[in-house]
Design a protein around this ligand. Structure first.
Ligand SMILES: Cc1cc2nc3c(=O)[nH]c(=O)nc-3n(C[C@H](O)[C@H](O)[C@H](O)COP(=O)(O)O)c2cc1C
Ligand code: SF4
Length: 514
């Protein structure tokens, strides 16, 4: 009898040698006359254990990791194909504490199924949400999404149901569903992991969105730096068309929904929704003045849903299990779960999906195990390059949109980047302004000019030139950018700068060599 072995096909696992490991397992099994079937799954999100190898035994899946080609003779000798004892043996996969304590709703199938198999998707509750949606009116679908409390996971945390209601209420000859898969924030990778590990759930979510608002065409705007996700999505879209889940007559309902992937050319501002629409229309990614909102006048001037990958991928389970099931996870106005991405100076970086309400401290120490360097953690930046720095004294804050906003931070797309006590926060503040200067679309003055002046002012402070005057000037500049910028790039770049000044002012006052 053959043994099934899973080796991840996720880009992070591949970069750590998963392809070589998969090939070497097949070759050694052949040489030893042992039958193995190698299946390629997404990643479980425990990057320090990649390449993770899972063997299917009668007692479930057992994990070994991180596995190198050099480990394989020893693993075969230890009979790992039957969960034999070995230094790299981690026990039953689902019992690994990092995984066991998560609440995986959106990522339930990621790392479990073969992303390229529609049958595997169906066998793991796939397309149940769409089938349910097909029995409902558009208004009912929107109501369920609204009642679930789902808020956009792309950054702004706007209630998804309310956005959909606006598109539903607009009357137009054509409406669109667009998925924002630009994922530009530093330290974020949940969109990528999901598209590579469970592409059908995104396709299903977009199809439900289309039914909800009466759209017939969808686009996934994918950053060009994600070639593995591109391949996974295109393969899944082709299978969905062939099986009648996409196309002129979705599951015999008489409803049409066509879906394509469009590649962005790689600019941070193209993740801002109106720039994304400009780019999708074939123009340079530049922010549009609002109103009108994209929900009223979006792609090609038509009512358009713009939602993040994770927002759309959360919809199938909401339709399948109901609004209350989803809403029962979470706290306050932050309902459901969030796939948190733990990155930076951490021992166990990776993806943790859990209900809102978990504290930063639990994530950083219980899950991530503290810093990789072994030094004390000093701060984390949450929500990408425009997110505030949160000092260690506030690590007990709950992961909750309102709780973070109360301490001047924002959750954004759920990326957390950790720094130990060697970080120079004046340099980090300078980097925020430099990033804004590099990525500015140039449409408005506070951002285009302000960010460049911001770098110069911070340089002067760092080098001890007229410090008091320049600190006052920096504060004034930040206020002008917040108040006067057309979009969140210029409007939020001051957040990391101000938080660094507030909590780590001494770093700006250090004596430095020129
Ligand atoms: C500068 C900037 C960059 C952004 N980048 C992204 C991005 O990469 N992905 C994303 O989903 N949203 C991004 N957003 C947020 C989008 O404008 C928009 O709010 C989001 O796609 C809406 O989807 P949601 O409601 O599902 O979150 C960005 C916003 C700004 C201001
Ligand atoms: S804030 Fe910056 S990125 Fe946004 S519109 Fe103005 S110039 Fe463009």
């Amino acid at each position: 009898m053959s043994t099934v072995v899973y080796v991840s096909n996720d880009a992070a696992a591949l970069s750590l040698g998963a392809e070589e490991v998969a090939r070497a397992i097949a070759a050694q099994a052949r040489a030893q006359g042992v039958e193995v079937v190698i299946k390629r799954n997404g990643s479980r999100g425990m990057f320090w254990l990649e390449p993770l190898v899972e063997v299917v035994t009668e007692g479930g899946r057992h994990a070994y990791g991180p596995v190198t080609v050099g480990n394989l003779p020893g693993l075969f000798a230890a009979d790992f194909l039957h969960a034999g004892a070995h230094d790299l043996h981690l026990g039953p996969t689902e019992e690994i504490p990092y995984l066991k304590h998560q609440q995986r709703l959106t990522f339930a199938r990621v790392g479990v199924i073969e992303p390229a198999s529609l049958d595997d998707y169906l066998a793991h509750d796939g397309y149940r949400g769409l089938r349910r949606a097909l029995t409902m009116s558009p208004a009912e679908i929107v109501r369920v999404v609204t009642e679930s409390g789902l808020r956009g996971r792309g950054g702004a945390a706007f209630p998804t149901g309310i956005k959909w209601q606006t598109v539903l209420d607009a009357s137009a000859s054509e409406k669109y569903v667009t998925c924002n898969a630009d994922e530009g924030d530093s330290g974020t990778f949940s969109d990528r992991m999901l598209m590579e590990g469970d592409p059908f759930v995104l396709i299903e979510g977009m199809t439900i969105a289309a039914l909800a608002v009466g759209a017939t065409q969808g686009y996934i705007y994918l950053r060009v730096e994600y070639p593995h996700a591109h391949r996974a999505l295109n393969a899944a879209i082709a299978l969905a068309y062939a099986a009648g889940y996409l196309g002129a007559d979705v599951l015999g309902s008489g409803k049409r929904f066509d879906l394509e992937v469009r590649l962005g050319a790689g600019a941070y501002i193209c993740g801002e929704e109106t720039s994304m629409l400009e780019s999708l229309e074939g123009r340079r990614g530049e922010v549009r003045v609002r109103p009108p909102l994209p929900a009223v006048k979006g792609l090609f001037g038509k009512p358009t849903i713009v939602n993040n990958v994770i927002s759309l991928a959360s919809v199938p389970i909401i339709l399948d299990k109901g609004a209350i099931y989803y809403r029962d996870f979470g706290t306050g106005k932050s309902r459901g779960t969030l796939p948190v991405q733990l990155a930076g100076n951490l021992k166990r970086a990776g993806l943790v999906e859990c209900a809102f309400g978990v504290s930063l401290r639990e994530l950083l120490y219980d899950y991530a195990g503290g810093s990789a360097s072994g030094r004390p953690l000093r701060t984390v930046q949450i929500g990408g390059p425009l997110g505030a720095y949160v000092p260690e004294s506030q690590f007990d804050t709950a992961l909750d949109y309102e709780a973070l906003s109360n301490i001047g931070a924002l959750l954004g797309h759920g990326g957390i980047v950790a720094f130990d006590d060697t970080v120079d926060m004046a340099r980090m503040a300078r980097y925020a302004m430099e990033f804004c200067a590099n990525e500015s679309c140039g449409k408005c003055t506070p951002c285009r000019i302000g960010s460049t002046r911001g770098v110069e002012v911070i340089d002067r402070i760092m080098h001890g030139m007229d410090r008091d005057q320049n600190l006052a000037l920096l504060e004034d500049l930040c206020e002008t950018m917040v108040q006067g910028s057309l979009c969140g790039l210029g409007g939020m770049a001051p957040f990391p700068v101000r938080s660094a000044l507030k909590y780590f002012r001494d770093d700006f006052l250090k004596v430095r060599r020129p």
